[in-house]
Design a protein around this ligand. Structure first.
Ligand code: HEC
Length: 135
């Protein structure tokens, strides 16, 4: 076996082992429940309502993007801690600028719920549809 093949195999095996180890952790971090493709748990549903009230005018009704970026994509890149910080402090970048939300108690208290809804969108667990609240 050449060095290159050995190297490739070692890398592949490492990635496989790493995925197996991290998979349960990842699953445990899933902050939402979707039933029948359109019913959200109460917390995530509340996140959708907050999103519609405060964020949709720039990020699109279901977070698909408009003036502001597609947040379903963003949440594949930024983690929860970064999401919390961006919402609190706002963000000015190449796309435009978003105001800070630190003085909006509803948004600040709702960050957990907002994140849950957007994570469900980001993972593809719920599409660009109006969700219902699971009973
Ligand atoms: C006035 C328009 C506007 C509103 C309202 C708004 N945003 Fe934004 N948001 C933006 C813009 C523009 C950016 C992109 C900044 C940049 O990187 O250039 C952005 C960026 C973000 C990012 C970072 C995305 C990334 O990939 O880095 C997050 C997260 C975010 N917004 C969440 C929210 C949430 C949650 C709300 C509702 C509480 C909200 N935004 C409301 C305009 C808005």
């Amino acid at each position: 076996m050449t060095f290159n093949k050995k190297f490739t195999m070692t890398v592949s095996v490492s990635i496989l082992v790493f995925s197996v180890i991290t998979a349960p952790v990842y699953a445990a971090e899933q902050p939402y429940t979707v039933i029948d493709g359109n019913h959200l748990d109460a917390n995530s549903y509340n996140g959708f309502k907050l999103f519609r009230n405060w964020c949709a005018r720039c990020h699109g009704t279901y977070g698909q993007g408009m003036v502001g970026p597609n947040l379903a994509n963003s949440l594949k890149v930024i983690n929860k801690k970064q999401f919390f910080a961006i919402v609190e402090k706002g963000k000015t970048g190449t796309i435009g600028n978003m105001p800070a939300w630190k003085r909006n108690v509803k948004v600040m208290d709702g960050r957990e719920a907002l994140y849950s809804y957007l994570k469900a969108r980001s993972d593809g667990a719920i599409g660009q549809i109006k969700p219902k609240k699971a009973k």
